[in-house]
Write a protein that binds this ligand. Structure first.
Ligand code: NAP
Ligand code: GFB
Length: 325
């Protein structure tokens, strides 16, 4: 784990979106798990440091820290129901953020940028499992087409920087992420964080948990700490421009109902669980192959889902007053 693509000397890594779910996980790995090598500097940015929608602020924060490497996580992010309400904003903000970060990195001669796509950007009508070669094979699911098209353009832009300038900018494609520091909003959060908060409240109030949709859709959930470890590996070792899916195996895909049941056990909730089938299920499945990841890292161990959900629930209960809700 020592090579530093296209760069000699210690890295200075700028992490955009460093205050979010994935950024906090990377920070944990860097600071608490020996993820930082001798002489390296890691800078974790939040929106307070710079609004990356703005080209001037992006340039200024890059000038301030002069990184050698960038992990680009910053994005307008949200769960299914926020996407359905704000496709235009997801499209415009993310296009601007991504272009500002990639072009500034290029202008400043930065040798490596690892950006973040998402498995929801894959074509909706497809064969399974989905792999890295299929990103542009058809339209994404209609619920999040704004975010998906903006994210797909990162892959296009990476290829163009390589073709015209030889830059090795790449991207990772995580499946659904969860863990400490997630956005636990019941309205705008992703499914596990929203349901952890709903279950916690239902237990306190003695009311049922309201799950949106039928519970039938299936998802591959990756624990943020596992994702953090893998993204650091990508930064150090992965030399392709083509993206790589970071996911648990197909056999670890679970239904939303199974996920809710696991949360109920973790929070010791014994009340009723109600499925509101008047609400959208979103994409029924987006099963992704982690074959490429396995060809590089056959022995990487993912935290078992039950254990990771339990740790996330415990974190949420312990940090309820400061958690994003
Ligand atoms: P998150 O917890 O919502 O964090 C988003 C981060 O981006 C925060 O640090 C936020 O800063 C920053 N940010 C948002 N808008 C910004 C702006 N205009 N200028 C500067 N910074 C801005 O999201 P996350 O789940 O960690 O997502 C990280 C990356 O993973 C994203 O690229 C996302 O698309 C991708 N991803 C996430 C999932 C998932 O299930 N969560 C799945 C696949 C891919 P503040 O804290 O200051 O607001
Ligand atoms: O995490 P999520 O919002 O996004 O999960 P996606 C949506 C699925 O969980 C749907 C069900 O099947 C919902 O019906 N669900 C049940 C709930 N209860 C809830 C709830 O209280 N809140 C939410 N949010 N869902 C995402 C993209 O799609 O894929 C994200 O929208 C991201 O931005 C992620 O890229 C990887 O998995 O449907």
């Amino acid at each position: 784990m020592t090579s530093r693509v296209g760069h000699s000397g210690p890295m200075r890594v700028l992490v955009t979106g460093g205050s979010g779910l994935v950024g906090k996980a990377i920070e944990h790995v860097v600071q608490k798990e020996g993820g930082k090598l001798e002489g390296e500097e890691w800078i974790f940015l939040s929106m307070k440091d710079a609004d990356l929608v703005d080209a001037g602020q992006t340039r200024a924060v890059f000038e301030k820290y002069r990184p050698t490497h960038v992990i680009h996580l910053a994005a307008k992010v949200g769960g299914l129901y926020l996407h359905m309400r704000e496709n235009l904003q997801f499209l415009r903000d993310n296009i601007k953020i991504n272009d500002n970060v990639l072009q500034t990195a290029h202008e400043m001669g930065i040798t490596k940028v690892v950006s973040c796509l998402s498995s929801c950007i894959f074509p909706d009508k497809t064969t399974y499992p989905i792999d890295e070669t299929m990103i542009h094979d058809g339209p994404p699911h209609d619920s999040n087409f704004g975010y998906s098209h903006a994210k797909r353009m990162i892959d296009v832009q990476n290829r163009a920087y390589f073709q015209q300038h030889g830059r090795r900018y790449t991207a990772v494609i995580p499946t659904n992420v969860f863990g400490p520091y997630d956005n636990f909003s019941t309205e705008n959060g992703h499914v596990l964080s929203a349901l952890i908060n709903k279950t916690y409240k239902a237990k306190k109030e003695g009311s049922p948990v309201n799950v949106c949709g039928s519970g039938a859709p299936r998802r591959q959930f990756i624990y943020s700490l596992d994702l953090g470890r893998l993204i650091i590996w990508v930064l150090r070792e992965y030399e392709e421009v083509d993206p790589i899916i970071l996911s648990v195996g197909e056999e670890d895909e679970v239904s939303i109902k199974e996920a809710v049941d696991t949360i109920a056990v973790a929070l010791d909730f014994k009340g009723k669980i109600h499925f509101d089938t008047t609400l959208s299920d979103g994409q029924m499945r987006k099963t992704a192959s982690n074959g490429k990841l396995r060809s590089y890292l056959p022995d990487f161990t993912f935290t078992p889902l039950k254990e990771a959900i339990k740790m996330t629930c415990d974190w949420f209960v312990a940090n309820y007053d400061t958690a994003r809700t």
